[in-house]
Design a binder for this molecule. Structure first.
Ligand SMILES: O=C(O)c1[nH]c(=O)[nH]c(=O)c1I
Length: 314
């Protein structure tokens, strides 16, 4: 089977990539992704200035030996926009496409980063993060539809005719799928939607210590991993159905070829891995590629397009 695909007219050897935030904050990690079997890669969401982020412990896998997922409240630690812009200038675009993720603390910061990017001669693809759940005092833009609309109006005009994408939080209500999609569909240069970011503000408890397990925010943090797969699949399919002109990138609960296959069936063109990559490292891409290929072989599919978005209903 052939795992090759295209995204915004760019060729990819396979649909797998990292989720922003995982294994992509510093040069050594970015180089490891560059060397890995990932079909594409994305940088850690950045702010205009470097940030330390929240106090540790701020990431934990949940339920010890049999982890069902992760909880994190990193707090947007990153090396600052200039660092990632420099990486976009030294990335090997022949080997795989690069996405750059921005998550400005203010609209002005987002516009300043957009300004820095729009003149850059790099073919990096912009993914704007509207869904960081862990910056104390900063509500998620993805849950404030007016603010999201205003940001998209400003950002798309600042970015001109260049295509870009948004990283959305999970929604849990059909009316919210409808409203978010209606906003996105008013911005034709928003060429893709990445669903989902972590399920925000979950709480993990350790009964031996009778305590929370991460330090920031009294233990509240974003949930990833197996826990979020059904919600991720729903968001991928909801936006796939509602935004026929846009590509969907699936993220959430992918740890093997099985979940990658589900995301593609639900409408994802590319598939991101976060928690599973954090735990296994960049070798995961070769493993999941092989697993996805094996599933396709068994089902008699020779290309992704033969089942992409072809989820059946009853
Ligand atoms: O806490 C983080 O840094 C973080 N953590 C997440 O789970 N999603 C995000 O978008 C971000 I910016």
């Amino acid at each position: 089977p052939n795992l090759a695909t295209t995204f915004l007219d760019l060729p990819l050897n396979n649909p797998l990539m990292n989720a922003s935030g995982v294994w992509c904050s510093v040069g050594s990690q970015l180089e490891a992704l560059q060397e890995s079997e990932a079909g594409a890669m994305v940088t850690k969401s950045c702010t205009l200035q470097p940030r330390d982020g929240n106090p540790e412990p701020r990431y934990r896998v949940l339920n010890g030996d049999k982890p069902w997922g992760s909880i994190n409240s990193m707090g947007l630690p990153n090396e600052g926009f200039a660092y990632y812009l420099r990486y976009t200038e030294r990335h090997d675009y022949e080997s795989k496409p690069l996405f750059i993720s921005i998550s400005g603390l203010t609209l002005d910061d987002n516009l300043a980063m957009i300004d820095g990017l729009k003149d850059a001669v790099t073919p990096a693809i912009l993914e704007i993060n509207l869904s960081c759940p862990n910056v104390p005092g900063k509500a998620q833009l993805g849950y404030d539809f007016d603010a999201m609309d205003t940001l998209l109006a400003e950002v798309t005009s600042g970015y001109g005719q260049r295509s870009l994408g948004v990283k959305l939080p999970p929604y849990f209500d059909i009316a919210h799928f409808d409203e978010a999609a209606a906003i996105l569909n008013r911005y034709p240069t928003v060429a893709f939607v990445t669903c989902i970011n972590s399920i925000g503000n979950a709480l993990a408890i350790d009964i031996d210590s009778e305590s929370v397990i991460i330090k920031p925010k009294d233990g509240f943090g974003g949930l990833g991993g197996d826990y979020v797969l059904p919600t991720a699949l729903a968001n991928v399919n909801a936006f796939y159905r509602r935004c026929p002109e846009k590509a969907i990138i699936g993220c959430g609960g992918v740890k093997s070829g099985q979940e990658a296959f589900m995301h593609i069936l639900a409408g994802a063109t590319l598939v991101q891995m976060g928690t599973a990559l954090y735990e296994e490292g960049p070798g995961i891409f070769a493993r999941v590629k092989a697993e996805l290929s094996e599933i396709m072989e068994k089902k008699g599919y020779s290309s992704l397009s033969q089942f992409h978005g072809k989820l059946k209903t009853l």
